[in-house]
Write a protein that binds this ligand. Structure first.
Ligand SMILES: [Zn+2]
Length: 337
C-alpha cells in the first residue's frame, strides 16, 4: 500500500494552523529594508558564534545594500526552494541546512550546488543559513517541533552551559497535559507534522503510556544517552538507524523508552513557521515593508512508502519479544509498520 506521496505542508488541513504568507497588504507604506538590516536581525536571533564548530552558518550569497521586500524560509537550499524564491520575487532565502558545509573549488552551474548559486545570483536573491545556532536557540528548532505536537516544553534535553538561564540547548524535554499511548502520540505526530512518504515509525510497545517525551528536530540518535538520563517515556526525532535504535530499545532499565522516528525534513519544517513569525515581529517593530513567507515545497528526499504486506509470513512472529515490537495498525494513515 502506498502511504501518500509527498504532499504539501498543511495542504489538507484547511490552512487554519499553518500560515503561508504574512503579507501586510498591498497598501503598506513601511520602509523597504536593506539586506544588511535583515541579516543583522537574523544574526540577533541566531548568533553565528553559537553554531557548532563544524557548522557553516551565515550569509552564503548576497549584496548587503540590496533592498529586500520578500523573504522566504525553507529547510533546504535546493533548486526547488530557490525556484520557489524566484517565482515569489523574494530577495532573501533563509534556510536551516547549509548549502556548503565543507569547502569547494567550484560553483560551476553544471554542479547541483553551483546551479543553486547561479540561480540565486542571477535573480538577485540572497541566501542565509541558520543551522545549529537555530537548533540551540530559545526558541529554537525543537521548540517549534514541540509546539507543532502540542507538547509543553520543560527544559532543554542538552542544556547549553553558556546560558545561565538554562533555556538554550539541543532538544527539549516535554510533558503532555493528558497522557497518550505511544500509538496515539505517533498518530498525532503523523497528523500534525507536514505530510511525508515516511510518516512516523515506532520502536517499542505501541500501548505503553507516555507522560514525558524528549524531542529533537533532525538527526537525533547521538542524543540517546541524554534521553535515557532524562527519564522520559518516549523520544521523537529523525534519521534513527538500525543498530543504535536496536541497542537503545533493548535496554529497559530504569524503564523502556519508545522511539518515534519522523522524516528529518518534517521535524525541522515547523521551525520555518516559528522563524518567519519572529522576523515578521521584528519587521513590524522596525516599520519595514517586508513580506515573510514559508516554503510549502516538500524537500524530503523520500517520495513513496510501501508498507509490508500483511499476507506475507512475518518472521517477527517467531521472535522472542515480538509482542512488544508489534507493528501499529496497518490501516492508520501514515503510520509505520
Ligand atoms: Zn536538519
Amino acid at each position: 500500500m502506498l502511504h501518500g506521496s509527498a504532499a504539501r505542508p498543511g495542504g489538507d488541513r484547511g490552512g487554519n494552523r499553518i500560515r503561508y504568507c504574512r503579507a501586510k497588504g498591498a497598501g503598506s507604506l513601511g520602509r523597504v529594508p536593506r539586506l544588511s538590516e535583515v541579516i543583522a536581525a537574523l544574526d540577533d536571533l541566531w548568533p553565528a558564534e553559537r553554531a557548532e564548530s563544524w557548522d557553516a552558518v551565515g550569509t552564503v550569497v548576497g549584496e548587503p545594500d540590496q533592498e529586500v521586500t520578500r523573504v522566504l524560509f525553507a529547510v533546504d537550499p535546493v533548486q526547488e526552494t530557490v525556484d520557489e524564491a524566484v517565482k515569489l520575487g523574494a530577495g532573501l532565502l533563509v534556510t536551516h541546512h547549509p548549502l556548503y558545509l565543507r569547502g569547494t573549488t567550484t560553483v560551476a552551474a553544471s554542479t547541483f550546488k553551483g546551479r543553486v548559486v547561479h540561480t540565486l545570483i542571477k535573480n538577485d536573491i540572497a541566501l542565509h543559513v541558520a543551522h545549529t545556532n537555530a537548533d540551540t536557540a530559545d526558541p529554537g528548532v525543537s521548540d517549534a517541533l514541540a509546539g507543532a505536537l502540542g507538547l509543553r516544553v520543560v527544559r532543554p534535553l542538552v542544556p547549553d552551559p553558556s546560558d545561565p538561564e538554562g533555556r538554550r540547548g539541543l532538544g527539549r524535554v516535554c510533558e503532555l497535559d493528558v497522557p497518550l499511548t505511544v500509538r496515539e502520540l505517533a498518530a498525532r505526530a503523523a497528523e500534525r507534522l507536514p505530510a511525508t512518504a515516511q510518516g512516523v515509525r515506532v520502536a517499542g510497545d505501541p500501548d505503553a503510556p507516555v507522560r514525558t517525551v524528549a524531542v529533537s528536530g533532525g538527526s537525533g540518535d547521538s542524543l540517546f544517552d541524554h534521553v535515557r538520563a532524562a527519564g522520559v517515556d518516549a523520544f521523537l526525532t529523525a534519521d534513527l538507524r538500525h543498530h543504535p535504535a536496536s541497542e537503545f530499545t533493548a535496554v529497559r532499565a530504569p524503564g523502556p523508552v519508545a522511539l518515534l522516528d519522523a522524516a528529518h525534513w518534517a521535524t525541522e519544517w515547523p521551525w520555518c513557521e516559528l522563524a518567519a513569525a519572529q522576523l515578521d515581529e521584528i519587521s513590524d517593530r522596525h516599520g519595514w515593508d517586508l513580506r515573510v513567507h514559508v516554503s510549502r515545497t516538500v524537500t524530503d528526499p523520500w517520495t513513496a512508502h510501501m508498507a509490508s504486506s500483511s499476507a506475507h509470513p512475518s518472521p517477527t512472529a517467531t521472535l522472542p519479544g515480538s509482542a512488544a515490537r508489534a507493528p501499529l495498525d496497518s490501516d492508520s494513515s501514515g503510520a509505520p509498520n
